[in-house]
Design a protein around this ligand. Structure first.
Ligand code: ADP
Length: 396
């Protein structure tokens, strides 16, 4: 069975095509600037063949059509016909109580639409694209793997805010948790790498969006993102955890209304807002190395928040067998790994600096006598979504 996994941004579309018999990726590609005036850059890699095309792409349905054209191209394509695509899977973000892995239908789209204010950067492009694709490719089932599904195993006390009870009961205001596909992958992969099915793992997904998850035996027990993906750790340009009562003061002093302030926190906050440099950690590290004090502060705040969550989760899990760094920052930033793991002798954690410096791919980077293992493991959210997509279409 062949499955296409789609990763959508408001103006971008990335995909992977998987043969699920062997769980191999047959092709991957990406298209940017969708719906904009400029030409889109359309890149597809099929096996060793890479093709680049510049062309105007009006919407996501056209982007998928373009990708299917490339995949069925008689010269370099890897599909004999579009009919070979058994389903398209999406790493969808939020549909409230309609969580889990679901065939995309009007109920789901309506729920995602209605809850766009929870995930404003994610839900609207997904709903728009899924609607276009349902219309353009009615024969291909679309499957949504909701990011919140993985966290349904979290106990009530770890997912409930101390808000008036009616907020929880009537409005579903609670910690939902996100990055489910990534944390699920890390849980499964660590069981394979260590040969232990009961391992306590603290998974640190540090990237454009960052979250930390405490897991036992691959099940989520607590996670840093709460009601919305704007919460938890500082994000690239989103605020992370924050006291909502500060808003009243800033509203009075700035003359801006609540919506403006929330938009500011969701687009001009986080690492970008604090550093004043960039939303990209590489730029911030560079600026800090050149003596930029604001950039240095942003790195310290980010590190401190990661440490605080790890401390919380060590308490939640009653210790841990492994801490895993994944995501663009987790896999690549030696400084962040070094500073997060510093002063953790209270739990017997010792990073091996040389191993961490040399880390590539899946690697244990703790010292041999460290009581908690530390690993870098590249995440693979797409294969998780592909597996879930197969499960959804074969169970219907
Ligand atoms: P997304 O969450 O958008 O998928 P990624 O997981 O690719 O993002 O992570 C992007 C982040 O990873 C960026 O902040 C980028 O600066 C950071 N990053 C990538 N490579 C490095 C590196 N070598 N050193 C430090 N940070 C890096």
């Amino acid at each position: 069975m062949k499955v296409l996994v789609a990763n959508l941004g408001s103006t971008s579309f990335k995909y992977g095509l998987f043969d699920m018999q062997t769980e191999t990726q047959l092709a991957r590609g990406g298209i940017d600037r969708i719906g904009q005036d400029a030409d889109s850059q359309c890149v597809v890699t099929i096996g060793d063949h890479r093709q680049d095309v510049q062309q105007r792409i009006p919407d996501h349905a056209a982007a998928v059509r373009m990708c299917l054209d490339q995949l069925t191209n008689p010269e370099h394509g890897c599909l004999s016909s579009v009919d070979e695509v058994a389903a398209i899977g999406f790493k969808a973000v939020f549909a409230g109580k309609l969580s889990g892995i679901r065939i995309v239908d009007e109920d789901l789209l309506a729920a995602m639409d209605a809850l766009a204010d929870v995930a404003p950067a994610h839900n609207p492009p997904y709903v728009r694209a899924m609607r276009q694709l349902r219309e353009a490719f009615p024969a291909i089932p679309l499957v949504a793997a909701l990011e919140t599904a993985f966290h349904e195993t979290i106990a009530e006390e770890y997912r409930t805010y101390a808000v008036p009870y009616a907020w929880r009961d009537q409005y579903d205001v609670r910690r939902w948790g996100y990055h489910g596909a990534s944390h699920r992958y890390i849980g499964t992969r660590m069981a394979q790498l260590t040969g232990r099915n009961d391992l306590k793992v603290i998974s640190c997904h540090l990237g454009g969006s960052s979250s930390i998850c405490a897991m036992i035996g691959g099940e989520s027990r607590s996670t840093s993102m709460g009601m919305t993906p704007q919460s938890g750790l500082p994000q690239n340009n989103r605020v992370g955890d924050f006291d909502p009562f500060a808003l009243r003061l800033v509203k009075r002093l700035s003359g801006k209304d609540y919506n403006e302030l929330l938009d500011e926190l969701a687009s001009q906050g986080g690492l970008l807002g604090l550093s004043g440099v960039s939303n990209d950690l590489r730029d911030i590290e560079q600026a800090a190395a050149n003596g930029n004090a604001q950039a240095e502060l942003a790195l310290k705040v980010y590190t401190a928040d990661i440490k605080r969550y790890i401390g919380q989760f060590l308490a939640v899990l009653n210790g841990a067998g492994a801490i895993v760094f994944t995501g663009g920052i987790g896999e690549n930033s030696r400084r962040i790994r070094r500073d997060v793991c510093a002063q953790m002798d209270y739990v017997g954690l010792k990073l091996d600096e040389d191993r961490s410096q040399a880390a590539r791919g899946e690697m244990k980077i703790s010292a041999d006598d460290s009581r908690i293992e530390v690993w870098t493991v590249p995440t693979n959210e797409e294969i998780v979504v592909a597996r879930q997509t197969v499960a959804a279409v074969t169970s219907t």
